[in-house]
Design a binder for this molecule. Structure first.
Ligand code: C5P
Length: 408
């Protein structure tokens, strides 16, 4: 981020307030922000607050003569390393997809030859509307990267997808996007890391499956954080509900067996992080036809067989084939450290990220995580933090090891 300039277009939505924190994160990391506030955006955050945090003039009007004399709007759009639209409202997305240029924000977006990242935010019906779906497909086809939206409570009182991604997630997506533009070096440049994430779905028949409550949020954040440090990341993801990160190579799988095959194909690697909640069992001889309901109250018996343990398989590969650093997760509800320490030994991995998933912690499926890192040296309790922050901390620790070992 150091030395990079982000042109930040703040659209008119309640999520605009999150941009103040985003600006702070970018500047703290050594980046600069050229802020553009749409007329609607200025109803939600004031130009004064944006200017104070960005430390720069806020641009708002296409026909500002002093702006044109100092730096024309074309130049403004080209001087940036990345253009970020947050919140990207339904209206802004429609203007972008249609190539309209009736105000400064849309003109800049049409005039730029720089990569663009959008963080959509809107009411869930607007997000699900056929017009927005169409516009999103057009923007994606145009090469525009998208971060979020997330699912959750919305300011309008409804629940669903449409909440803007959190500032930390947008920051991670910006780092990733700058990386894609070939600008990054990074402590993990030249290192390849495989990450597994999400649940697996194990079919019973063509319409039914066994699953679990993993959202894939922690694995996606880890993949993004590793990518932001310059690693070449392969994210093997089961059917996750959390948004997939921008940057890593994504391999989508459904079952544990498919996940193992994808991990095998992604090897060799310098590091591997197994954050997936892999189903321990699959249904033996899943039916290829829908199982019919028996007439007389009879229920089908499901015979289960054990799935391959992907983490164990990778951790026990022979030297030379085994990644230098293998990290597993242990979701426990009691005796966290003792169980996770035993799991580390049983699996043969280097580190275990142990987390307490008792229902009262709200960790499974929630935005935060409280982790104890188990290594050969013992247990290290990390403070409860957002999954994005936990991912950043883990990625930094991985970089310490892969840097120090000079793994080829
Ligand atoms: O044995 P348990 O499921 O508790 O181990 C959890 C760790 O092992 C996680 O890192 C998970 O991703 C990994 N795992 C796996 N394949 C399995 C089961 C678990 O990679 N079949």
């Amino acid at each position: 981020m150091r030395g990079k300039r982000i042109l930040l277009i703040i659209g008119g939505g309640i999520a605009a307030y999150k941009c103040l924190e985003l600006i702070r994160l970018i500047r703290k990391a050594g980046g600069a922000v050229s802020p553009v506030l749409t007329r609607a955006g200025s109803q939600f955050v004031t130009p004064l607050a944006v200017a104070a945090l960005a430390g720069e003039k806020v641009h708002g009007d296409l026909f500002d003569l002093s702006d044109e004399a100092a730096m024309g709007h074309i130049e403004l759009s080209r001087a940036a390393d990345l253009v970020v639209v947050a919140p990207a409202t339904a209206d802004l997305m429609a203007k972008m997809a249609g190539g309209l240029a009736g105000d400064l924000a849309s003109t800049l977006l049409l005039a730029t030859d720089t990569a663009v990242l959008i963080a959509p935010a809107m009411n869930l019906r607007m997000w699900q509307h056929a017009a927005t779906r169409r516009n999103l497909a057009t923007l994606t086809a145009d090469g525009i990267a998208v971060v979020g939206p997330n699912e959750g409570d919305m300011a309008c009182g409804e629940y669903g997808p449409g909440r803007m991604a959190e500032p930390g997630e947008i920051f991670a997506a910006i780092s990733a996007r700058l990386g894609d533009a070939g600008i990054r070096g990074g402590r993990l440049a030249g290192r390849r890391v495989i990450v597994t994430s999400g649940p697996t779905h194990e079919p019973i028949d063509p319409v039914r499956y066994l699953a679990n409550r993993s959202s894939g949020a922690q694995g996606a954040a880890i993949a993004a954080a590793l990518h932001a440090l310059g690693a070449d990341v392969v994210l093997v993801s089961g059917p996750a509900t959390a948004p997939l990160p921008v940057g890593p190579q994504i391999v989508a799988v459904e079952t544990a067996q498919e996940m193992l095959a994808a991990v095998e194909r992604a090897l060799p690697a310098d590091g591997a992080v197994f954050a997936a909640a892999v189903a321990d069992w699959r249904v033996a001889g899943a039916s290829d036809k829908k199982i019919k309901k028996g007439g007389s109250g009879t229920v089908p018996a499901l015979e289960l067989v054990e799935n391959p343990d992907i983490l164990r398989w990778v951790a026990q590969l022979p030297p030379g084939k085994r990644p230098a650093l293998v990290v597993g997760f242990a979701a426990e509800t009691d005796d966290l450290v003792a169980n996770a320490t035993a799991k580390r030994a049983a699996k043969g991995c280097d580190w275990i990220m142990a987390n307490d998933v008792s229902p009262e912690t709200g960790i499974m499926g929630g935005p935060e995580n409280a982790v104890t890192l188990i290594t050969a040296d013992g247990a290290e309790e990390w403070p409860r933090a957002s999954k994005v922050e936990v991912a950043r901390r883990l990625a930094a620790r991985i970089a310490d090891v892969l840097d120090a070992e000079g793994v080829a």
